[in-house]
Ligand binder design. Structure first.
Ligand SMILES: NC(=O)c1ccc[n+]([C@@H]2O[C@H](COP(=O)([O-])OP(=O)(O)OC[C@H]3O[C@@H](n4cnc5c(N)ncnc54)[C@H](O)[C@@H]3O)[C@@H](O)[C@H]2O)c1
Length: 326
């Protein structure tokens, strides 16, 4: 992964957790941040390779991605006497990555971190791009920073314990990557070929392509938001009943409604179990989209599909965009 700030490796291989020590040397003291759902075997592998001065095990899910939990972690690190020569190791889904990454971005003005994503969503999306954050009340990712890790380490074997619904949730982002930029990945998914590892690698390459082209989230990176403007509106209204990927899947369905691509897009989402359709409260959704921070004056950057595997960015008046909800 190459950005103007930093170049770092994304290692992806089955069984990688068994060879962490040979993969990477961590001379610093380490803080392991994880949640109660992550199997002990994963933590043990990390501890065996790099030790653990401090282990912080959080409650799973979005409720831990708060300023209060952030503050508690920082206080624990201070109490443990940890200096800037400390490396944080995030071991978990996107919540842990975002939170631990934000601690790393800010602890004594920034320390190194290593990201070991353990959910499919975190592997193909959250772990690439250097965005870290916590939520503030109902405002998602309101406080955050760009802070790239020293390395991202992905062992697809850890997904064996990921609950099915979270696996499907991650597939929404894999499908999105295929639809906007990778027809080969789309075919793999549709024909059910290619290993999970190969699919993860391809999906990451799509995200990597856009992040490298637009590291600070200027314009081109918006392509990664296919289905997300509507998806975020669903998410704002229906979290935690519907997961992020389920909301994005619903958003993607709406973006192709009435086009030639409606049938294949719906079919691939169905195939990967992304069938949930949150209720459509048009008025509430419009209010959320209006408040969306991505909106610039009266126009929105909208992502459409020209073909399967090819997205395009369009500037659209807000009033035209919301007609999609009719
Ligand atoms: N930084 C970014 O660019 C970016 C991008 C997308 C999403 N995100 C963030 O990521 C978060 C969502 O990520 P998520 O879906 O991974 O959520 P999550 O971290 O809550 O993980 C989902 C669930 O799976 C469990 N889990 C994770 N790995 C497991 C494993 N191997 N075995 C058993 N259980 C496991 C977790 O404990 C949790 O209950 C959101 O907060 C979102 O804002 C960030």
């Amino acid at each position: 992964m190459t950005t103007p700030d930093k170049t770092y490796p994304i290692h992806i291989k089955r069984g990688l957790l068994k060879s962490l020590k040979t993969l990477l040397d961590v001379p610093n003291e380490t803080v392991l941040i994880t949640d109660t759902n992550i199997p002990n075997s994963v933590l043990d592998a990390v501890k065996a390779a790099w030790g653990a001065h401090l282990v912080i095990v959080l409650e799973p899910g979005e409720r831990s991605k708060t300023l209060a939990v952030y503050e508690d972690i920082v206080k624990q690190m201070l109490a443990a006497g940890l200096s800037r020569a400390t490396t944080i190791i995030a071991i978990g889904g996107g919540v842990i990555g975002d939170l631990a990454g934000f601690v790393a971005a800010t602890y004594q003005r920034g320390i190194p971190w290593i990201n070991i994503p353990t959910s499919l969503l975190a592997m193909v999306d959250a772990s690439v791009g250097g965005k870290t954050a916590v939520n503030l009340d109902k405002h998602k990712n309101m406080l955050g920073a760009f802070h790239h890790p020293e390395a991202v380490i992905i062992d697809p074997d850890v997904l064996e314990t990921l609950p099915k619904r979270h696996m499907q949730n991650g597939y929404a982002e894999v499908i999105k990557a295929a639809l906007i930029h990778d027809h080969t990945l789309y075919t793999m998914l549709q024909e059910d070929t290619g290993t999970l590892e190969a699919r993860i690698i391809r999906a990451i390459k799509v995200k990597q392509y856009y992040v490298e082209a637009d590291p600070k989230d200027g314009h081109l990176r918006h392509m990664l938001n296919f289905g997300h403007t509507l998806g975020h509106a669903f998410e704002t209204l229906y979290t935690p009943t519907y997961y992020h990927g389920e909301c994005v899947a619903a958003g993607m369905r709406l973006m192709v409604r009435g086009t030639q691509l409606e049938a294949p897009v719906n079919a691939i989402l169905d195939q990967y179990g992304l069938t949930a359709m949150p209720p459509m409260d048009k008025k509430a959704m419009i209010a959320v989209i209006r408040a969306d921070k991505k909106r610039r004056k009266d126009t929105l950057t909208v992502i459409k599909l020209k073909a399967l595997g090819e997205g395009e960015l369009i500037q659209m008046p807000f009033e035209s965009f919301i007609k999609i909800l009719d």
